[in-house]
Design a protein around this ligand. Structure first.
Ligand code: GLV
Ligand code: MN
Ligand code: MN
Length: 412
């Protein structure tokens, strides 16, 4: 690894890591998040970059200007990703992009490349939505895809609201909202990210370029039944929401299998959550994604229908709420082709272009500014788990590719 990458990686590695699982718990506006933010700021300052914290808690490090107010519309080239994690997440999802951005900047300086456009590195806050249930809160707020009012209503599992969490972490929640002037400065945003699948491993390429992000969303299913004694209530007399929930999990899998989509219940809460009590409420969160909108609609309709049918049989009430949704993102072809051409100069064969089912801040920004993504090979293909991986050589290849892209976009 280039030494700057290695040093940064080692500094960041212990922050927010749970020693029992080996995974990361860097949730928005917690102590671990604050530590990661302090790390970002220190990296910016160590390089003499102008540091900014925007109204939505996203961090920026500018080269060549004192802040976004110095930048003309469309002039800046921006790279970066996020530092927060899912529960027991891997080390790479997010941090690889941020660390690679600083390392790429070091490489540009080492090459003696002279940027002719302002360059910035960004750490978007709360990308994973692990704490408040909605992904990409920082970028959505800035892009106007999430209103301040809706953000103020977000709560974590302990009932702490987003404004309360922000305030406790020293950020003014009244400031949050759209940031059009800042985003208007961006002429190109490039996010480097660990691949969350095995396409590059299978094709034998260290680096790829993103084509599109599947439409995806999160739905909350509330199954309300009747709490009762597990040892005395006759089966006929039960209104057991766990049965309806369990049948819905299986229906989701079946719908996904039939349509080639993905549908996952990965989070569930049960009330009263007693081993000897029939539950009164089972609340499950569905994450569903598909290559096309029609397929996703079909899957969701099928799962909702199966849930409603089963709930009726069980004497259970059902409410389904869509908590978030991101439509299909097709990254801008001109920028994508430019990346292909820049990286193709050094490569014997074309750099692969691949789609992904994972959401990213780049997807949110793509509605407003030209946006592209680079993926770095993940030999396990695993993500959102401590088993997520990237080889050192591939991380270096990613840094070099990002430096090539930034040089091509910002130094001509
Ligand atoms: C973010 O990583 C997502 O795709 O959920
Ligand atoms: Mn992720
Ligand atoms: Mn990510």
């Amino acid at each position: 690894m280039t030494s700057s990458f290695h040093e940064m990686w080692e500094e960041l590695r212990p922050l927010g890591r749970d020693s029992s699982s080996g995974g990361y718990r860097r949730f928005a506006w917690t102590g671990a998040d604050t530590d990661c933010r302090a790390w970002f700021r220190a990296q910016a300052e160590a390089r003499g970059l102008a540091y900014e914290l925007d109204r939505n808690g996203n961090q920026w490090a500018w080269l060549g200007v004192t802040g976004h107010q110095d930048v003309a519309p469309g002039e800046a080239v921006v790279t970066g990703s996020h530092l927060d994690s899912v529960p027991d997440g891997g080390a790479f999802d997010g941090p690889l992009g941020v660390v690679s951005s600083f390392a790429a900047l070091d490489e540009l300086r080492g090459r003696g490349a002279e940027p002719t456009r302002p360059l910035a590195i960004v750490n978007f806050g709360d990308e994973e939505g692990a704490r408040f249930g909605l992904a990409c809160v920082g970028s959505r707020l800035s892009a106007g895809a999430l209103t301040a009012e809706a953000a103020h209503r977000l709560r974590d599992g302990d009932g702490v609201t987003l404004p309360q969490a922000m305030e406790r972490a020293g950020h003014d929640p009244e400031a949050i909202g759209p940031d059009p002037e800042r985003l208007a400065t961006i002429g190109a945003f490039v996010e480097l990210h660990v691949e969350q699948g095995r396409a590059l491993d299978l094709s034998g390429d260290p680096v790829g370029i993103a084509s599109a992000i599947w439409p995806h969303g999160r739905w909350r299913f509330d199954f309300r039944g009747e709490a009762n004694h597990a040892g005395t209530t006759r089966l006929e007399d039960r209104r057991d929401p766990m049965l309806s929930y369990a049948a819905t999990v299986l229906a989701a899998r079946e719908q996904a299998r039939l349509t080639g989509a993905l549908a996952t219940f990965g989070k569930v809460s049960v009330e009263p959550n007693g081993v000897n009590a029939i539950p009164s409420l089972v609340r499950g969160w569905l994450d569903a994604r598909a290559a096309g909108q029609d397929t996703l609609d079909t899957v969701i309709t099928g799962i909702e229908r199966a849930a409603a049918e089963r709930a009726a049989r069980d004497g259970v009430d059902l409410d389904v709420v869509r908590e978030s949704f991101t439509p299909v993102v097709e990254f801008q072809h001109a920028l994508r082709d430019e990346l292909g051409a820049l990286l193709g100069k050094k490569s014997e064969r074309p750099v692969p272009v691949l789609g992904t089912g994972a959401g990213h801040d780049a997807g949110i920004l793509s509605a407003i500014v030209p946006t592209a993504m680079l993926f770095v090979r993940n030999p396990t293909g695993v993500s959102h788990s401590p088993a997520e991986a990237a080889a050192e050589d591939d991380c270096v290849a990613g840094v070099t590719a990002l430096a090539d892209v930034l040089e091509g976009l910002a130094c001509r």
